[in-house]
Design a protein around this ligand. Structure first.
Ligand SMILES: Nc1ncnc2c1ncn2[C@@H]1O[C@H](COP(=O)(O)OP(=O)(O)OP(=O)(O)O)[C@@H](O)[C@H]1O
Ligand SMILES: [Mg+2]
Length: 254
C-alpha cells in the first residue's frame, strides 16, 4: 500500500528533518510511528502527501511513485491517502458548517453513480458517531473529540485506502482519547483501511498498531512487530521511551 524508501526531507532553511527513512504499510495494516518531539514524524507524514520538500528517496502508494506528483497523479494521491492532524480547528473552515465541509470533500471523491453528496455527508457523520442533525453547526460549536470525528468524516469522504493520523488524540482528555481510538479501530476494520499512526505516546501506539517504527533525529532506529518490540526493545532509545510509558492502557481497556 505504502512504501517509503530512503526518504530525505530538507526544509528550505537547510534543516534536514528526515534523513533516510524507509517504511512500509500493507493494505489494511497499521504501522505505528513513534519518537520524541522533533524526530521527524510529521515531516515524514507531510512528505507522503506532498506537503514537505523531498530531497531524495522514493514514496510509492499502491505501486505508483508520488514524489512531486502533479495533476491527475496528485488528484489520485489525494483520493488514496488522507492525513488527519492533531488540531482539527486549524484544518476546518470556521465559516462553513460541518455539513458543508463534508459535502465539499464528498465532491472530491471518485465519481460514484447515484451518490448524493448531502446524503453521503450525513452517512459519514453518522459513521463517525456524531448524532443526527449536527450538519448545520459550525466547528466552534463542537468539542475537541467531536471535531476529530468531523475531521475523520471529511478524510473518509474521498474513500481513501490509507489514513495517516498524526497525533489525532494528543490534545484530548484520556477518556475521550479512548473513545476516538476505538472509533478509529472500528472504522479501520469496517473499511479495510491501512493506517500510519503517529504518536509520541507508546501506550496508544501499542493499542493501535500491529507493527512499530521508532524515530529519532530524522531516522528510524528500530522497527518490528509491536508485541516483540515492546517485549524486547533492542535499541537503547526504544528502551528509554518504553521506560516512560504513560497510563492510557487502563482507560482503553475499561
Ligand atoms: N516548516 C519547517 N521549516 C523548517 N524546519 C521545520 C519545519 N517543520 C519542521 N521543522 C523541523 O524539522 C524537524 C522535525 O519536525 P517534525 O515536526 O517532523 O517532528 P515531529 O516528530 O513531528 O515532532 P512532534 O512530536 O513535536 O510533532 C524539527 O527539528 C523541526 O523543527
Ligand atoms: Mg509532529
Amino acid at each position: 500500500m505504502l512504501t517509503v524508501s530512503d526518504l530525505v526531507v530538507a526544509y528550505p532553511n537547510g534543516r534536514v528533518a528526515v534523513d533516510g527513512v524507509s517504511l512500509q504499510v500493507g493494505a489494511g495494516e497499521t504501522l505505528g510511528l513513534v519518537g520524541e518531539s522533533g524526530s521527524g514524524k510529521s515531516t515524514t507524514a507531510r512528505a507522503i502527501v506532498g506537503l514537505a520538500p523531498v530531497r531524495s528517496g522514493a514514496i510509492a502508494v499502491d505501486g505508483v511513485d508520488v514524489v512531486g506528483a502533479r495533476g491527475e497523479r496528485a488528484r489520485r494521491l489525494r483520493q488514496t491517502v488522507q492525513l488527519v492532524f492533531q488540531n482539527p480547528l486549524l484544518s476546518l473552515n470556521p465559516r462553513m458548517t460541518i455539513g458543508q465541509t463534508v459535502r465539499e470533500a464528498v465532491g472530491c471523491a471518485p465519481p460514484s453513480p447515484g451518490l448524493v453528496a448531502a446524503a453521503e455527508a450525513e452517512r459519514l457523520l453518522g459513521l463517525v458517531g456524531l448524532p443526527p442533525g449536527v450538519s448545520d453547526r459550525y466547528p466552534h460549536q463542537f468539542s475537541g473529540g467531536q471535531l476529530q470525528r468531523v475531521a475523520l468524516a471529511r478524510a473518509l469522504a474521498v474513500r481513501p485506502q490509507l489514513l495517516i493520523l498524526d497525533e489525532v488524540t494528543a490534545a484530548l482528555d484520556v477518556s475521550i482519547q479512548a473513545t476516538v481510538l476505538n472509533l478509529i479501530r472500528r472504522l479501520q476494520r469496517e473499511l479495510g483501511l491501512a493506517l500510519l499512526y503517529i504518536s509520541h505516546d507508546l501506550s496508544v501506539v501499542r493499542y493501535m498498531a500491529s507493527s512499530v517504527a521508532v524515530m529519532r533525529a530524522g531516522a528510524i532506529v528500530e522497527s518490528g512487530p509491536t508485541q516483540a518490540l515492546y517485549d524486547a526493545p533492542e535499541h537503547p532509545y526504544t528502551q528509554a521511551l518504553l521506560a516512560a510509558i504513560p497510563t492510557l492502557d487502563r482507560a482503553v481497556a475499561s
